[in-house]
Design a protein around this ligand. Structure first.
Ligand SMILES: *Cc1c(COP(=O)(O)O)cnc(C)c1O
Length: 385
């Protein structure tokens, strides 16, 4: 099976992990801050907090921003469930803003309209979490302007988008947000096995996230309410978690990061070949506005012609039967049983639902050969005629 996404591990990556295995520290050693500094410097941001997943990063981001039970958070329905679950962990109320039918990201128009009605109803969100779908940034400048007008904070879910850019700054710079989150799951742009990171320019958010990552424990006596009993002493000053990443993972991440530009460029070439091959066919692809350079995490084709829409499952099954590991990103989060239990229903976010019924993700990753890509193109071409 040709997978839709997969990791690319080099000999240098393997050696970086082996070096940690032979060292004194498997966790909480020198590689975690090294990896954090490397990502922060690349993204031109002040602080980076590495954790064991993007899901954890989203959770501590919400906590650091002061989200509490009963507060509201909004995200896109066209995302992985984790973008919304971070609010539920805290007892917040989660709601969604429908997508733009061309960029497949949160629609700024829909956001504006929902903010206006929510202001009248007194139900404004505390945090909005735009998702940079497939690696293309949302229109952050406009979202930032709305955040000033309506008083919400912004977490960018950039799980797809490390290596991408927005208006000439790297995704992760937090120029238009409070916090940006990356994922290092193996199908994402770079991997640590499992892993994630939260980036910010705000020193107090950095301090809160660092505290929450490791049990709420401090060893710095200036943060304690009494002088230390001795050198062994630490204090737990609030309730945190064990969301730490290991040194093994951080060493892999730092090594992978050195090839991020290569990864983006390899994926961009694949995307361009797909774009060319599909010209003239009755399929739509994601519109990537001039304000963003996509990392090209995913390549989605949309069977929007009536003739093809009805055949999405048949085409998907035939691709799988041919050995092509196509996938679908994403099942709208509000249609998941857990969210239906909370009161959402099909029809609530029609653009995301229509998009879902037409989408197929094609293979795009750094181990996809030109001949395998040719095979994908030929197979899809034959199926849609
Ligand atoms: C992968 C992903 C996550 C979760 O990442 P993990 O590192 O697996 O926790 C969250 N949001 C989006 C958009 C993702 O694609």
């Amino acid at each position: 099976m040709i997978p839709y996404g997969r990791q690319d591990i080099s000999q240098a990556d393997i050696e970086a992990v082996q070096a940690v295995l032979a060292s004194d520290w498997l966790t909480q050693g020198p590689n975690v801050p090294r990896f954090e500094e490397a990502v922060a410097s690349r993204c031109r941001v002040e602080h980076a907090v590495a954790v064991n997943s993007a899901t954890s990063a989203l959770h501590i981001s919400c906590l650091a921003l002061g989200v509490q039970a009963g507060d509201r958070i909004w995200t896109s329905p066209n995302t992985f469930v984790a973008s919304a679950n971070c609010g539920l962990y805290i007892g917040a109320t989660v709601d969604f803003v429908d997508i733009d039918p061309h960029t497949y990201c949160m629609s700024v128009g829909a956001l504006k309209a929902k903010l206006e009605t929510s202001q009248a109803a007194g139900t404004l969100p505390k945090v909005v979490i735009p998702v940079h779908f497939a690696g293309a940034s949302c229109e952050m400048k406009e979202i930032k302007q709305l955040s000033k007008k309506y008083g919400f904070r912004i977490i960018e879910d950039a799980s797809h988008a490390i290596g991408g850019a927005y208006r000439d700054v790297p995704v992760g710079s937090c120029e238009y947000s409070d916090i940006t989150v990356f994922s290092f799951h193996p199908v994402k742009m770079i991997t640590t096995g499992e892993g994630g990171m939260a980036l910010t320019n705000d020193p107090s958010l950095n301090a809160r996230m660092t505290l929450l990552r490791s049990h709420g424990i401090v060893r710095d006596s200036s943060l304690m309410d009494q002088s230390p009993d001795g050198d062994w002493y630490y204090q737990q000053i609030e309730l945190g978690y064990n969301y730490r990443i290991t040194d093994l993972q951080a060493a892999l991440g730092a090594s992978q990061l050195e090839r991020l530009d290569q990864f983006v460029s390899y994926r961009s070439d694949i995307a361009q070949r797909y774009d060319r091959a599909f010209q003239g066919l009755e399929i739509a692809t994601q519109q990537i506005p001039d304000y963003t350079r996509s990392s090209r995490h995913l390549y989605v084709v949309r069977l929007s012609a009536d003739r093809l829409r009805a055949r999405r499952k048949e085409i998907f099954d035939a691709m799988r039967a041919a050995g092509i590991g196509v996938n679908v990103h994403y099942i709208p989060v509000h249609t998941q049983p857990h969210y239906r239990k909370l009161g959402f229903k099909p029809g609530d976010f029609p653009e995301a639902e229509r998009y879902y019924s037409e989408a197929i993700s094609l293979p795009i990753h750094c181990r996809l050969s030109a001949s395998d890509q040719e095979f994908v193109i030929r197979t899809l071409g034959e199926l849609i005629g």
